[in-house]
Write a protein of this length. Structure first.
Length: 284
């Protein structure tokens, strides 16, 4: 009987100690938070869907807090979407071309670096000189990815989006015309087709600008080939003066109309309406 009483007394003592310990622990705020976190972690590991929901809510809360602190919504991966590269990491020829174009067209060297790299890579695949591709881009838009002519040519290479909308399908749709790399790739494909049809670079450029069936191309071919030649010299390491940039955001004009306005806006002539480009397969 005494043994039974001793056992009962021992169990009561243990129960009292445990109860007192739990009371003390749970009344300590830091320990209570730790226990809550521990149980939450165990639950999230066991339930992946709860973990995902928790991550979404936590990110949302952190974003709200960040907005309150700095006054705008942050985007940690924005730099990954940017069309840019470090020009110092480019091969010597490409770096020289990048810095020359950057100075002449007054655009940052980082985005130009990405475009120069792409031009060299796609040029090798398309069997087109990268300096020719860059020359077309320079004359067409002055490296403005949002440029648009009055007849609907858009982006860096001034591709006629409505004519070549099918080429943008693999890039997610026609809005890709304003993505620099997508526009460059589509423009190179169109230029390649034009040169193939014409049988020469000069003829291909006339097709590209929509002047295949008219006598005057507005000086377009001459401008592109001159810039192409300058870029070739730059790539060879030669010193080439930087002259005022000239770009064509229009279709060729009939003889007697004014020449395309320089990119710096230094023209006293008033712009005139542009004729619609010839409805050929080689339209930009």
């Amino acid at each position: 009987m005494s043994a039974s009483k001793n056992l009962t007394r021992h169990l009561r003592r243990i129960s009292s100690i445990v109860a007192k310990g739990v009371f003390e622990v749970t009344h300590n705020s830091f320990a209570l938070i730790g226990i809550a976190v521990l149980f939450t972690a165990i639950t999230l590991v066991a339930r992946p869907e709860l973990r995902q929901l928790g991550e979404i809510r936590l990110f949302s809360w952190l974003q709200e807090r960040q907005t309150e602190l700095v006054g705008f919504v942050s985007d940690p991966i924005a730099s990954e979407r940017a069309t840019a590269a470090n020009p110092k990491e480019l091969p010597k020829q490409q770096a020289a071309v990048t810095f020359w174009l950057s100075k002449k067209y007054r655009v940052a060297p980082e985005p130009v670096s990405a475009l120069v790299t792409e031009a060299y890579e796609i040029g090798a695949r398309a069997k087109l000189e990268p300096t020719l591709i860059l020359a077309v881009m320079a004359v067409e838009s002055g490296f403005n990815p949002f440029a648009q002519s009055s007849v609907g040519a858009q982006g860096l290479m001034q591709v006629m989006t409505r004519v070549h909308s099918d080429k943008y399908e693999s890039f997610g749709g026609k809005f890709a015309a304003f993505d620099p790399v997508s526009n460059l790739r589509v423009g190179v494909k169109v230029l390649q087709d034009c040169i193939k049809i014409a049988g020469s670079v000069e003829g291909g450029l006339r097709y590209y600008v929509g002047a295949a069936n008219i006598e005057d191309d507005g000086g377009y071919v001459g401008k592109v080939l001159a810039e192409h030649s300058r870029l070739q010299q730059v790539a060879l390491g030669r010193v080439v003066p930087i002259t005022a940039p000239t770009m064509v955001l229009t279709s060729p004009k009939p003889a007697g109309t004014q020449t395309p306005t320089p990119a710096d806006g230094s023209s006293d002539e008033q712009p005139q309406a542009e004729p619609e480009k010839a409805a050929t397969v080689a339209l930009k």
